[in-house]
Write a new protein. Structure first.
Length: 256
């Protein structure tokens, strides 16, 4: 007698679908981030139980490095949610650099509840890369020439880009990047994370050579400090030198 083929469990919970979409959008997220966004008011035991159930279904899996354990989508999970996504120009879901992408996810979201926060919008590198042109939000700057690691938008018209560099760009690429930002005055600020503090002056020198007409807007942080302190990390150089990321984001939000 032939054995019946095992069928994939069906996700029926709206929360489960939203978790999978969230992991597609951000690529990686810690248990704390998922608990904060989807299980607030519930016990951590409930959160772990549901995440490990989704893992047992084969829809998500874990990633561990020396600092964090995180969750990411699997191919089976992507198949579940791709019909829930806007039109895509490029199919896919995987992180090509998990350590980098987890840091971007942690930095971009910080202490904000991304599914509920009023007045702040997010657009991730995943969305920039994969959304069809007509699916991209009207406020998002053109990314055909340069694609940062994501954007924050503070209503009505305050846009900040995120650039996380685990190894520094060549001079040619840095020049192109600065020319991109100089030609987009609607991008009001850029937060850079760089592997060595010496690169801070290099970025500022390139900015002065490729100045945007609305003034200085590049702030630089240390990769080492950001890895350890996240939103409590202080800006090393730039117009908001001395502010930590949380204060910088709060300052931007207060202009809305």
């Amino acid at each position: 007698m032939m054995k019946s083929k095992k069928t994939q469990p069906t996700v029926t919970s709206d929360r489960d679908i939203h978790i999978l979409i969230y992991l597609w959008k951000w690529k990686l997220a810690t248990t704390h981030m998922l608990h904060y966004n989807f299980f607030d008011g519930r016990s951590k035991t409930t959160t772990y139980g549901r995440l490990y159930k989704l893992k047992s279904y084969g829809y998500i899996k874990t990633f561990k490095n020396e600092s964090f354990e995180a969750w990411q989508l699997t191919k089976a999970g992507f198949q579940i949610v791709k019909s829930c996504l806007p039109d895509l120009k490029e199919q896919g879901f995987r992180s090509e650099n998990q350590k980098h992408d987890l840091l971007c996810s942690l930095l971009h979201q910080g202490t904000l509840k991304t599914n509920e926060h009023k007045g702040i919008d997010f657009f991730t590198e995943q969305q920039l890369r994969r959304y069809a042109d007509h699916s991209i939000h009207d406020w998002v700057p053109d990314s055909s020439i340069h694609r940062p690691d994501g954007y924050w938008k503070f209503t009505p018209n305050e846009i900040v880009a995120l650039e996380v560099e685990t190894s520094m760009k060549s001079n040619a690429r840095l020049k192109d990047t600065m020319q991109y930002y100089a030609s987009h005055p609607n991008i009001n600020g850029v937060l850079w994370v760089v592997p060595k503090p010496i690169y801070a002056q290099k970025i500022l020198q390139f900015e002065k050579k490729n100045m945007c007409h609305n003034g200085l807007k590049h702030n630089i942080l240390s990769l080492k400090e950001v890895t350890n302190k996240l939103w409590q990390s202080k800006i090393l150089a730039g117009p908001d030198e001395g502010l930590n990321i949380e204060s910088f984001i709060t300052k931007k939000g207060q202009r809305t």
